[in-house]
Design a binder for this molecule. Structure first.
Ligand code: GDP
Length: 614
């Protein structure tokens, strides 16, 4: 049944049916679901006061409102649900171990080191690694691949522990935000000479929010003024009560610098894991896990460090990691040695992906390359749509009013592509710290690792963004596409240069401020009437110079009687001239302003752009 909604538009009204649409869907997607013409939906939306094109992606609220208007129950499907459904369509599931409890085997704990800046997180990670390398041989070339495994001495035999090599709770929480919880236990580092600090509390909150048990490493006990007991006292206030005080948190005194207490700390990690957690996984299934760090290697192509969470990863497996896919060509452990298999909690570098996944993306082994490619491509398309939707976030009315009051808010959109995720993040951080006042906003609408590709350019063109390439170049014909689309792509290899240029661009975007600069004054000594020009004032230039075509005002008895007039004619005797200097006589014609009197002062000036404070 086609009922007219408005003049000339016939759209089938629903009767309350559910229409599921992915976040960022377009009117074309919507139309397809309800068997209507996209153009008709465009008209309906125009009727509702929204101008959008058929292929533009629409925000959640507008999709729902349009649904109401047409009597459909629009359900915007979250990316997580959508991904689950995507995997289901291939009979796959992420996150659960296959089989029952008999199939599960003990796996090593995965540990993140957190704490206040300068309390020794990095030093501790280094100390742990250098005293307990898996191969047992010291002096080997250690590689920072984002995670490493060490062997800890424990009752009943040696046991491995996996450490995430990027210290700090930011990385931890960024991964959690992507739905990837890799950390089982957090080591909270507190310097004994400095005590509990704001970031200590922050780290603690992050760990507690994620329900991750904490082991406290009281560091720098070698230092004068170290007071490990004070740290224990301070932390009781935050619910971390040391075992020796009747609580259940293990505190271990260490000196990362002297390598002291490390073994005890590792033992405490294992004891805490055994007491608080049941860390088991099924090693006999297709591998699943999380990409911890990834970059584009000039020689080897995309390289991703993955942490296997369940199953066993083999060379030759087809995998999909976020929106990247490929076949595992080779695997390397944290010392750069080739490995054939990776079991639960083991971090390995994987070569063979066709693009670079994001840190925190989940990965899984699938039966065929084709499946991996299809899942990756669906995710790519979805991410593109979601980005387009995000870029058109409607500003709230309050924001809008505020920006109206302040004068138009301007925004510079950026897309950052870099060779490693670390540098992309560092650059984004630094850029977002640039402050040129409230009038100009900087927004990073997309960031990623790898060459600048077609999607980046499309996105940039759609959202009028500038692309920043940090140590990366465009793929194939992408540079041409960018110039066709009028997309500005800039390349840098030094962070501060990028910052400098972006800052300059931001300043350029600021509306110029003008200031008035006085050029000269002239006093009216005589008045003539010309049949051709009207009033001509015979003047004496008293200061500066009078220039033809400059702006002028007329002052009589100290008051401005004419503002915003122009020196239309300027003469010396019978000749037209462009300027007359101080002390000379001249004839001035102010065009439309004819009402000059004797003794009036004509003041000329120009507006000059004021340089912004640097
Ligand atoms: P992070 O910011 O938490 O990663 O801290 P770092 O590991 O970079 O350490 C900060 C500073 O404290 C460095 O100068 C380290 O050498 C020093 N440091 C770290 N651990 C110890 C320790 O156990 N004893 C002493 N005396 N200094 C330490």
């Amino acid at each position: 049944m086609q009922a007219p909604i408005m003049d000339g538009v016939r759209v089938k009204r629903g009767s309350g049916e559910v229409v599921r649409l992915p976040r960022g869907a377009s009117l074309t997607d919507f139309a397809e679901k309800i068997d209507a013409m996209p153009a008709d939906l465009v008209k309906v939306l125009i009727g509702m006061g929204e101008m959008v094109t058929a292929t533009q992606s629409i925000d959640d609220d507008t999709l729902r409102l349009l649904g109401q208007e047409l009597n459909y129950d629009v359900q915007v499907v979250s990316p997580e649900d959508e991904d689950r459904e995507l995997l289901e369509s291939f009979d796959l599931e992420f996150g659960e171990d296959e089989g029952d409890s008999e199939d599960l085997e003990i796996r090593p704990p995965v540990v993140t080191v957190m704490g206040h800046v300068d309390h020794g997180k990095t030093k501790l990670l280094d100390a742990i690694r250098s005293t307990n390398v898996v191969s047992g041989e010291a002096g080997g070339i250690t590689q920072h691949i984002g995670a490493y495994q060490v062997i800890a001495k424990a009752e009943g035999g040696d046991r491995p522990i996996t450490f995430i090599d990027t210290p700090g709770h930011e990385a931890f929480t960024a991964m959690r935000a992507r739905g990837a919880q890799v950390t089982d236990i957090a080591i909270l580092v507190v310097a004994a000479d400095d005590g509990v600090k704001p970031q200590t509390i922050e780290a603690l909150n992050h760990a507690q929010a994620a329900d991750v048990p904490i082991v406290v490493a009281v560091n720098k006990v070698d230092k004068e003024g170290a007071d490990p007991m004070k740290v224990r006292g301070q932390l009781t206030e935050y619910g971390l009560v040391a075992e020796e005080f009747g609580g259940d948190t293990m505190f271990v005194d260490v000196s990362a610098k002297q390598g002291m207490g490390i073994d005890t700390l590792l033992e405490a990690v294992l004891l805490t894991a055994d007491a608080a957690l049941d860390l088991r996984a099924n090693p006999h299934q297709d591998a699943q896990g999380v990409a911890i760090e990834a970059h584009l290697d000039r020689g080897r192509g995309p390289v991703a460090t993955v942490l296997v969470q369940r199953g066993t990863l083999h060379a030759g497996d087809s995998i999909v990691a976020g929106d990247a896919f490929g076949r595992v060509r080779a695997m390397l452990d944290d010392e750069g040695n080739p490995v054939e298999v990776a079991t639960p909690s083991m971090p390995v570098q994987v070569l063979g992906l066709t693009s670079v996944p994001g840190a925190g993306d989940t990965f899984m082994v699938v039966a065929e390359d084709r499946v991996a490619r299809q899942i990756a491509q669906t995710r790519q398309a979805r991410e593109r749509n979601a980005q387009l939707a995000r870029n058109r976030v409607k500003r709230s009315l309050e924001d809008f009013l505020e920006s109206l009051q302040k004068g138009e808010v301007q925004e510079l959109n950026l897309i950052i592509k870099g060779d490693v995720s670390g540098s992309v993040e560092a650059l984004e951080d630094a850029l977002l710290k640039i402050d040129v006042g409230d009038e100009v906003n900087l927004r990073v609408i997309h960031r990623g690792v790898g060459a600048i590709n077609k999607n980046d350019v499309t996105l940039a063109s759609a959202s009028k963004a500038v692309i920043i390439g940090f140590n990366v170049r465009p793929e194939g014909k992408v540079a041409e596409l960018a110039s066709e689309e009028g997309v500005d792509v800039r390349y840098y290899s030094v962070i501060y240069q990028a910052i400098e240029e972006v800052e300059a661009a931001l300043r350029g975007m600021l509306k110029p401020e003008y200031e008035e600069v006085q050029l000269g004054t002239a006093e009216v000594r005589d008045l003539f009437k010309s049949s051709k020009f009207g009033t001509i004032a015979g003047c004496l230039v008293q200061s500066g110079e009078i220039k033809r075509n400059s702006k002028a005002r007329v002052i009589r008895d100290g008051a401005v009687v004419a503002e915003n007039v122009t020196v239309v004619g300027l003469r010396r005797f019978k000749d037209d001239v462009t300027e007359v200097r101080e002390g000379f006589e001249c004839g001035i014609n102010l065009g439309n302003f004819q009402d000059l009197k004797l003794d009036d002062v004509i003041e000329t000036f120009e507006m000059r752009e004021k340089p912004r404070k640097g």
